[in-house]
Design a protein around this ligand. Structure first.
Ligand code: GNR
Ligand code: NI
Length: 168
C-alpha cells in the first residue's frame, strides 16, 4: 500500500472534472486501498480521487468512530430525498486548517458501483450525507470554499499560498 500526496487549494488540478470509471480491475483495487490508507493516515472521514490527482469518479469514506467501516463509491450519483438543509462545520484535506459552516440537503439516496462494478443504492442522512455530497463535489472540481463568500475564500487562498511558499 502507499500514502498518496493530497493536492491543496488553490491547485488548479482540484478543478478538473473526473471521468467515469469503466474498468474494474486489480489496478482499481490498488488505487482504492491506497486512497483508504491515505485517508486514514490524514485523519479524514472521506477522500475523492481528484484530491490525489486521479481524475476518475471514485471516492472513499469512513464516518465510523472506530475507523473500521470503509465505504467505496464508484461513479456515484445522488438524489435529494429530504430537501431540508443541515449545517455542518466542514473541513477538507485539500484546505488544511480551515473549517466553515456549509448547508446541504439533509437526506439523499446514493446510487453507485462497488469495486466489482455491481450497482448498489443507499440512503444517507447526517454526516454521511454531508460527506458524500462534499466528495461528489470534488469529482466536479468543486470545493467547500466555493460555498463561502469571495472574501472568506480569498483570505483562505492567501493564507494557504503563503504556507505553500514557506515549504517550497
Ligand atoms: O475529513 C473530512 N471531514 C469533513 C468534515 C465535514 C464535512 C466534510 C468532511 S470531508 C473531509 C475529508 C475531505 O477533504 N474529503 O474530501
Ligand atoms: Ni474535501
Amino acid at each position: 500500500m502507499a500514502i498518496l500526496q493530497i493536492l491543496e487549494f488553490p491547485d488548479p488540478r482540484l478543478r478538473k472534472i473526473a471521468a467515469p470509471v469503466t474498468v474494474f480491475d486489480d489496478k482499481l483495487e490498488v488505487l482504492i486501498d491506497d486512497m483508504l490508507e491515505t485517508m486514514y493516515e490524514a485523519k479524514g472521514i472521506g477522500l475523492a480521487a481528484t484530491q490525489v490527482n486521479v481524475h476518475k469518479r471514485l471516492l472513499v469514506i469512513d464516518v465510523s468512530e472506530e475507523k473500521d467501516s470503509p465505504q467505496v463509491f464508484i461513479n456515484p450519483n445522488f438524489e435529494v430525498i429530504e430537501d431540508e438543509l443541515s449545517e455542518y462545520d466542514e473541513g477538507c484535506l485539500s484546505v488544511p486548517g480551515f473549517y466553515e459552516t456549509v448547508s446541504r440537503p439533509k437526506g439523499i439516496q446514493v446510487t453507485a458501483q462497488d469495486k466489482k462494478g455491481d450497482t448498489f443504492k443507499i440512503e444517507a442522512q447526517g454526516i454521511l450525507a454531508t460527506c458524500i455530497q462534499h466528495e461528489i463535489d470534488h469529482l466536479e472540481g468543486k470545493l467547500f470554499v466555493d460555498y463561502l463568500s469571495a472574501l472568506k475564500r480569498n483570505r483562505i487562498r492567501g493564507k494557504l499560498e503563503k504556507e505553500h511558499k514557506k515549504s517550497a
